[in-house]
Design a protein around this ligand. Structure first.
Ligand SMILES: *[C@@H]1O[C@H](CO)[C@@H](O)[C@H](O)[C@H]1NC(C)=O
Ligand SMILES: *[C@@H]1O[C@H](CO)[C@@H](O)[C@H](O)[C@H]1NC(C)=O
Ligand SMILES: *[C@@H]1O[C@H](CO)[C@@H](O)[C@H](O)[C@H]1NC(C)=O
Ligand SMILES: *[C@@H]1O[C@H](CO)[C@@H](O)[C@H](O)[C@H]1NC(C)=O
Ligand SMILES: *[C@@H]1O[C@H](CO)[C@@H](O)[C@H](O)[C@H]1NC(C)=O
Length: 773
């Protein structure tokens, strides 16, 4: 919720455009990048593992993607030294490319750790790029790293084709000191000249910003890494030979055991029938049940065990203990280049632990696709880059309550956003091109505790009513029901909303009154939580709206929530009328007037509070809204400057009506009117409204007004003068009065609001004790 908007001045055309746009596109802010409490920086630790093809085109491409905040991001490598800081706008992305000199070629510990630090939450994706050998991965933030991992190097290789080593994994330490890394081997690894076989354990130490890469011709799946502090682990193949015999790199950053899952819905991509998943267990006696439309199979696995399954149909994995699942997307060979591509690997995110909002990146070099896995009932509430899913080519498969949507994005470059209004989902992003492909998946391993959505702003001041939000917890802790929450007038009760209770506090009803203290005006009421059929209150929250409409104010609230600043507003309108009867509204702009006729302007506070008063501090006319250097002043500091100006007296002070003679500027065809207004409550009198005109010699009094005047600005126009020729010819000209359109000017004025401290807590405890007796 944006509580900072104090003053907005909008033409309604712009407003409605924005509305249409925002409805379609913008995810609720709270669902964007989820920040964990206390988090100051986002840190990522990554490394460039070996790619078999090494030349100037072998690169490691880091995509840094921002969310709703701009970020300053630094990427560093100790050795070879690299240090680059960039500023990235909000909702944008930036690419940083590291060449092959940053690729790990050493067989021992090196300092080729790539660190990414950002001042706000960002997402980071890595593309291993090479003409013949590519893949991609999602970088896990430092917070998602762990101290226990199992390696997965999936996929059987066709026998006899492979010579030398081709599987690899790497362990990187970013920020910790002297991390002990214990490796329990499955397969075989050589370290420091010593060969370790299945079951052997060895230990090494990583200083901060150090990484070690291991390679082997044996399948290393099941190799266990445990460390004394969180580390990042990457695994794959630097030369994977699948169905054909060409080398291809496969990479993925692995999730630590703590972020594994139990339920995985697995869908074949395209019409593939030879893709393979590997399931690795991390605990003894893990029962893995695999359900498919045709059959159910079971596998009992022990820690480090794995099973490989061909993905020739949709199936659902349900494991009794957390497992890790990786997906090998097989290559395809065809004379049609569209169907000629290499394999990739990615992890299968646990299907029940997704989020509602992701940012991801694609490269225009590839034909890009996404695959969404969700329990959402239909595609209709997904928005991809602001459009509904159905506006993209797609198909859907479904099994056992899980749906998979494969969506074709085409050759697009850069960042994308996808969200669903209510359902969580996990996402695969992949792309194919002649002899290459890439794939990565997104889906959080652990659900960050959905910050118990204690509403950010507990109170809002609207033009006629304040809205007070009570968290469910506050009411349930007091053992009360929604109907027990009311204002001074017990008939004005709270309502249950989706995430909280809401009580509306009209300023002129429900026991609200106006207070005037220390030169300040308040609307006041009290929110009570009353034990039914008694007059005992368990909740008592005095609510006050401070009204100080002649300057921008801040709201301070002191209930349970943190220091929150929230601002209310009034709507004020400025309208033009055809005549001094103020009956026929001018609805068509530019408005054409004769030079020798009058303009009729009305300013009005749209509020039900009859004791409000609007005061026109300044009214100027200018040929453009942007440039007011050339201007004609009609009212200045409340003083009438234009001699033709006539104010119409009205009993209702919420409205001011003025008429004055039309005029024109040299060389300009049109005129805009801009007003600065002040709103007063008559309980505050004497106030600026009653003060009226302040003649220029009282400079001192006026100076303090300077800031405020900018804050309540209304504009109207353009007004065009009918040319003399036209006026003559057009002697039967009828003024435009039949057009129906919306009023086009709105302004929002600041109203401050203060809620006093909660007193209910102490009382609440006493009463609770009473009741439990
Ligand atoms: C990288 O450069 C920034 C200034 O641009 C500096 O503050 C920072 O200390 C440098 N980091 C390293 C690791 O050299
Ligand atoms: C997984 O298995 C558990 C226990 O058998 C069951 O309660 C749960 O509903 C299953 N989950 C799914 C998604 O089928
Ligand atoms: C005030 O303006 C807002 C924004 O256009 C509108 O949604 C609201 O209904 C208006 N309130 C009143 C009381 O006119
Ligand atoms: C404020 O205005 C209302 C309505 O015009 C009037 O009844 C009331 O007496 C006024 N109060 C003061 C303090 O002027
Ligand atoms: C603005 O309001 C404050 C009190 O809220 C008052 O002291 C000050 O005189 C007002 N200024 C004008 C110009 O009315």
């Amino acid at each position: 919720m944006n509580c900072n908007a104090v003053m907005i001045l909008l033409l309604c055309a712009v407003w409605s455009l924005f509305q249409a746009f925002s409805n379609a596109k913008v995810a609720p802010e709270s669902e964007k990048c989820i920040l964990k409490p206390g988090q100051i920086q986002r840190k990522f630790v990554t490394a460039f593992m070996k790619n078999i093809y090494v030349n100037s085109k072998t690169t490691f491409q880091l995509y840094l993607v921002t969310c709703d905040k701009a970020a300053t991001v630094t990427v560093t490598v100790p050795q070879p030294f690299f240090n680059k800081t960039i500023y990235i706008d909000q909702d944008s992305s930036s690419l940083m490319t590291l060449d092959y000199t940053y690729m790990i070629t050493e067989e021992d510990v090196t300092s080729k750790v790539i660190l990414v630090t950002s001042d706000v939450a960002i997402s980071v994706y890595v593309f291993y790029t090479q003409i013949l050998s590519a893949d991609a991965m999602t970088c896990l933030p430092q917070e998602d790293l762990g101290m226990e991992y199992y390696i997965i190097t999936p996929g059987e290789e066709t026998s006899g084709q492979v010579s030398g080593t081709s599987r690899q994994f790497a362990v990187a330490n970013g920020f910790e000191h002297e991390v002990q890394v214990h490796i329990t081997v499955s397969g075989s690894i050589t370290y420091n000249g010593i060969s370790y076989k299945t079951g052997d354990l060895f230990t090494l130490q990583l200083e901060n910003q150090q990484v070690i890469q291991f390679q082997s011709s044996d399948d290393l799946t099941g190799t266990k890494i445990s460390s004394s502090a969180p580390v990042a682990v990457f695994a794959g193949h630097y030369c994977f030979k699948g169905i054909s015999s060409k080398c291809d790199i496969l990479v993925e950053q692995l999730k630590p055991v703590k972020n594994w899952g139990n339920v995985f819905a697995v869908f074949p991509f395209f019409a593939h029938t030879q893709d393979v998943i590997s399931i690795v267990a991390g605990s003894p006696d893990t029962l893995v049940i695999i359900d498919s439309p045709e059959s159910t199979t079971q596998h009992r696995l022990h820690e480090g065990d794995h099973v490989q399954i061909t993905v020739d149909k949709i199936f659902l994995i349900n494991a009794t203990k957390a497992v890790m699942v990786s997906f090998l997307f097989q290559e395809s060979r065809s004379t049609d280049l569209k169907y000629n591509y290499d394999p990739f690997i990615t992890t299968v995110p646990p299907s029940l632990l997704g989020r509602k909002y992701y940012k991801f990146v694609t490269q225009s070099f590839y034909d890009n696709f996404i695959f969404i896995v969700s329990q959402a009932s239909s595609d209709s509430d997904f928005y991809l880059d602001g459009k509904t899913l159905s506006s993209y080519p797609m198909n859907m498969k479904e099994f056992s309550g899980f749906k998979g949507w494969q969506v074709t994005l085409g050759k697009t470059e850069g960042q994308h956003e996808i969200y669903h209004k209510t359902s969580t989902f996990t996402l695969y992003v992949f792309g194919t091109e002649d002899r290459v492909s890439y794939g990565y998946s997104i889906g959080q391993g652990v659900p960050y505790p959905e910050q118990t959505q204690e509403p950010e702003c507990s109170i809002r001041c609207l033009p006629d009513v304040a809205e007070y939000i009570l968290p469910y917890s506050l009411v349930s802790e007091a053992h009360l029901d929604v109907l027990d929450i009311h204002l001074k007038d017990p008939l004005c009760q709270a309502e249950k909303e989706k995430n909280h209770y809401l009580i509306k506090i009209p300023y002129n009803r429900c026991g609200s009154n106006v207070l005037y203290e220390d030169g300040r005006t308040f609307y006041a009421n009290t929110v009570y939580g009353t034990i039914p059929d008694t007059d005992v209150h368990r909740i008592e929250i005095p609510v006050r709206c401070e009204m100080e409409s002649n300057k921008s104010l801040e709201l301070t609230i002191n209930p349970k929530v943190n220091n929150v600043i929230c601002k209310g507003y009034y709507n004020v309108s400025m309208k033009l009328y055809q005549s001094d009867t103020f009956t026929e509204l001018v609805t068509l702009y530019p408005y054409e007037v004769d030079l020798h006729s009058n303009l009729h302007v009305e300013l009005e506070i749209e509020s039900e509070d009859e004791e409000l008063q609007v005061f026109i501090e300044t009214l100027i006319a200018s040929p453009s809204l942007e440039d007011t250097n050339k201007k004609y002043t009609v009212i200045h500091q409340g003083c009438h400057q234009d001699l033709t100006l006539q104010a119409h007296l009205l009993s209702d002070q919420r409205r001011q009506r003025l008429s004055f003679h039309a005029f024109k500027f040299d060389n300009f065809l049109q005129v805009y009117l801009t007003a600065n207004v002040i709103i007063c409550h008559n309980a505050t009198s004497p106030n600026r409204c009653t003060q009226g005109c302040i003649p220029p010699r009282h400079k001192r009094d006026v100076l303090t007004m300077k800031e405020e005047l900018d804050t309540a600005r209304l504009s109207q126009g353009p007004i065009v003068l009918k040319s003399r020729e036209q006026s003559k010819d057009d002697s039967f000209y009828i003024p435009p009065s039949i057009f129906m359109a919306t009023i086009c000017v709105l302004s929002i004025l600041a109203v401050g609001l203060v809620i006093q401290k909660l007193y209910y807590k102490r009382q609440h405890n006493i009463l609770l004790q009473n009741r439990s007796i």
